[in-house]
Design a protein around this ligand. Structure first.
Ligand code: GDP
Length: 199
């Protein structure tokens, strides 16, 4: 299915620009530079479906892509978060946009929160997990750049993340370690995304 048609639908810088909620949505969130664009491109077998990383100061928007013809689901690329140098009001704007989107978005079936395998969970990730818990939007943690971490170290990190995520009510227990570089875990994640879209 992911090898079928995928089309950019629109960018939404605010609630009034969201597409009509007529298809299931799967959203991708993560700190800037976590590897979100690379992962979306790997999942969809595209070279540059996801636009280049948002840079500080750029407009923050949700980007919607239609997957499948007939439409099966919408992939939602959320703006990256956690820029070290982000001005306060930009962080505020990000929170408003995301909260607006999450709140009452019935068609949002699942959010994937990407976590850099080299760093594990950071406070900004915990913050986003709490926002999702409060909005009762179910989510999975997806580990990126797994190829950058030694297998024994990766296992330890995954265990620590599992233990912590068990305390988050909306977080699914299944973790997806992935590498966009080697393709490890991509097929499994693709299956999980399709399943989530269909439930
Ligand atoms: P985004 O800001 O979250 O969209 O991150 P990008 O997809 O642009 O990736 C940020 C950097 O990490 C780029 O230099 C990528 O080449 C690198 N990167 C992304 N995914 C992987 C991965 O799975 N393995 C490795 N080794 N590098 C990756």
């Amino acid at each position: 299915l992911f090898s079928g048609p995928i089309e950019f639908l629109k960018s939404a810088p605010g609630l009034q620009f969201l597409p009509s909620p007529d298809a299931p949505e799967i959203a991708f969130a993560g700190r800037s530079n976590v590897g979100k664009s690379s992962l979306i491109n790997a999942l969809t077998n595209r070279n540059k479906l996801a636009r280049a990383s948002n840079t500080p100061g750029r407009t923050q928007e949700l980007n919607f892509f239609d997957v499948g013809n007939p439409l099966v689901f919408r992939l939602v690329d959320m703006p990256g978060y956690g820029f070290a140098e982000a001005p306060k009001d930009m962080v505020k704007r990000w929170r408003f946009l995301i909260n607006d989107y999450l709140r009452g978005r019935q068609v949002l079936k699942r959010t994937l929160v990407l976590v850099d395998g080299r760093h594990g969970l950071k406070d900004v990730d915990r913050d986003v997990m709490t926002m999702l818990d409060k909005a009762a939007v179910s989510y999975n943690l997806v580990i990126t750049k797994a190829d950058k971490v030694k297998p024994t170290e990766l296992e330890k990190r995954l265990d620590a993340i599992r233990t912590e995520s068990a305390k988050h009510p909306a977080c699914h227990p299944v973790l997806y370690p992935t590498s966009s570089e080697t393709g490890d875990g991509i097929a499994e994640l693709r299956t999980a995304v399709l399943e989530a879209a269909r439930t």
